[in-house]
Ligand binder design. Structure first.
Ligand code: DUC
Ligand code: ZN
Ligand code: ZN
Length: 461
């Protein structure tokens, strides 16, 4: 029997592909895109009608915390199954989460354990950043270079947070190993001393409510640490990524560093683009606590400018799921002071629709730029060579979007396990309706079809 050219064809959509945007059919075989053409004349066993829909690369979310144990010993609310089904519902088909090393642990064991959890639960493809908190015991000399060689080419370092933070000397040691072995180093960049100084002061003044979290992470903390990390990258020549930039000054420092030739890239997240610190005056403010905290409308304008001129090239979710109960935000009691409440909020499912609505529906930037910041640039930054674009040879990770479909987020309507939606009340126009991972429908007409364990680990190249 003649071998089929394609097992699936997506017909009649408007496709954003590597050569431009326009009507095209997409031919898929064995999970890969084989053809993007005006019209594909042969038939396939499975045909998907995309008439009236946009066909975009599936989103690539390179900053999400999944099934992770925090430095304080708290387990995330999401498993790989619940997190990745939520991601897929929001049009995302690749996630990069964290293999979080705690002091005393071997990095190789940590990565193996997280990989096993993902292999069992993930509905979509995935990779890991290695959170390095202990460089002793052979970790820096042996485990980390060996893991980099296997394809774990991203390291995450905290400049603050008890237990995990690294001092300057250790950061420089890690940067030097990363440079020698070919890894990217990502930073949670906030000055630890400033945060501890402000936290102690606020608590001594009796200012313990959740809303004081913003004052405890002053903008100067981010500004100082971003500048220092850029200087370290300049000095060592190591490639770095600044996670979750939130301030105008942070954007300016990165812009200047890029102009000097420093190998620095940067991301921001929807909660910095769409929320200001005023949100912490709302009831149940614990829902919105994150670090760095939300800032001002002026910072938001600077972040958008940074996206426009490509100082910032990635928009990720920083999905950090904690339920509003004693398993999560209230693990230290309902009356716990702000510094004893878990940081983070869910974002895997809302990232792409919020960005589509702001960039495309509201006309702030082009459809192609939306695809760039949510899929192409994150895939490129982390060496996920077959993700983030529609072109022959790429994985058939696709999201079919109805640009006219509107939805107003409700209190608890996401497919994760977090129990609240921080964007309750926000209306978005433009939603993914059908989502494919390696040519298989994970979501079909907004209904989940994927199965846990079908996602694969991706080496970073
Ligand atoms: N900030 C982080 O850096 N990580 C998880 C959650 C958060 O708010
Ligand atoms: Zn962080
Ligand atoms: Zn994070």
């Amino acid at each position: 029997m003649e071998k089929q050219l394609y097992d699936t064809i997506i017909r009649g959509g408007t496709v954003v592909h590597s050569q431009g945007t326009g009507p095209a059919d997409i031919g898929i075989l064995d999970g890969k895109i084989r053809a993007v053409a005006d019209r594909i004349d042969v038939r396939a066993e499975s045909e998907i009608d995309a008439t009236g829909l946009l066909v975009l690369p599936g989103g690539v979310d390179t900053h999400c915390h999944i099934e992770q144990v925090s430095g304080a010993g708290l387990l995330n609310a999401d498993t790989f199954e619940t997190a990745t089904r939520s991601a897929a519902m929001g049009g995302t088909t690749t996630v990069v989460s964290f293999a979080a090393q705690h002091p005393g642990h071997k990095m190789a064991t940590v990565v193996k354990d997280y990989a096993a959890l993902a292999r069992k639960g993930a509905l979509i493809d995935h990779a890991f950043h290695m959170i390095v908190s202990d460089t002793s015991n052979g970790n820096l000399e042996h485990d980390i270079p060996a893991l980099i060689a296997e394809g774990h080419r991203s390291i995450k370092i905290f400049t603050t947070y008890d237990k995990v933070r690294q001092d300057d000397k250790s950061i420089l040691d890690i940067l030097s190993v990363a440079k020698d072995h070919g890894a990217l180093v990502c930073f949670h960049a906030e000055n630890d001393g400033l945060i501890r100084h402000m936290t102690e002061k606020l608590i001594a003044e009796g200012k313990t409510a959740a809303r004081y979290h913003a004052a405890s992470h002053p903008r100067a903390a981010e500004i100082e640490a971003i500048d220092r990390m850029c200087r370290f990258a300049e000095f060592t020549g190591a490639r770095i990524m600044i996670f979750h930039v939130s301030t105008r000054e942070g954007v300016a420092i990165i812009r200047d560093a890029i102009a000097r030739g420093v190998p620095v890239q940067a991301e921001t997240c929807p909660h910095y683009l769409f929320m200001t610190s005023d949100i912490l005056n709302q009831p149940r403010a614990e829902r919105f606590l994150c670090s760095p905290p939300q800032r001002t409308a002026d910072d938001q304008a600077a972040l958008w400018d940074g996206l426009s001129d490509e100082t910032i090239t990635l928009v990720t979710s920083d999905h950090a799921p904690y339920r509003m109960d004693e398993t999560g935000k209230f693990a230290n009691g309902r009356e716990a002071p702000f510094n004893r409440i878990a940081n983070g909020m869910p974002g895997l499912e809302t990232r792409m629709p919020l960005m589509f609505d702001a960039m495309v529906t509201k006309g702030r930037m082009s459809l192609e730029h939306f695809v760039f910041v949510t899929a192409t640039a994150p895939a490129r930054a982390f060496g996920l060579r077959h993700k983030g674009q529609i072109a022959p040879g790429f994985d058939a990770d696709l999201a079919l979007w109805d640009k006219d479909l509107s939805y107003t987020y409700k209190a608890n309507d996401l497919s994760d396990n977090v129990g609240y939606n921080p964007f309750e009340g926000t209306t978005v126009t433009g939603l993914p309706v059908t989502v494919l991972s390696r040519g298989k429908c994970v979501i079909r007409r907004r209904v989940l079809e994927g199965t846990p364990g079908q996602g694969r680990w991706l080496p970073m190249e």
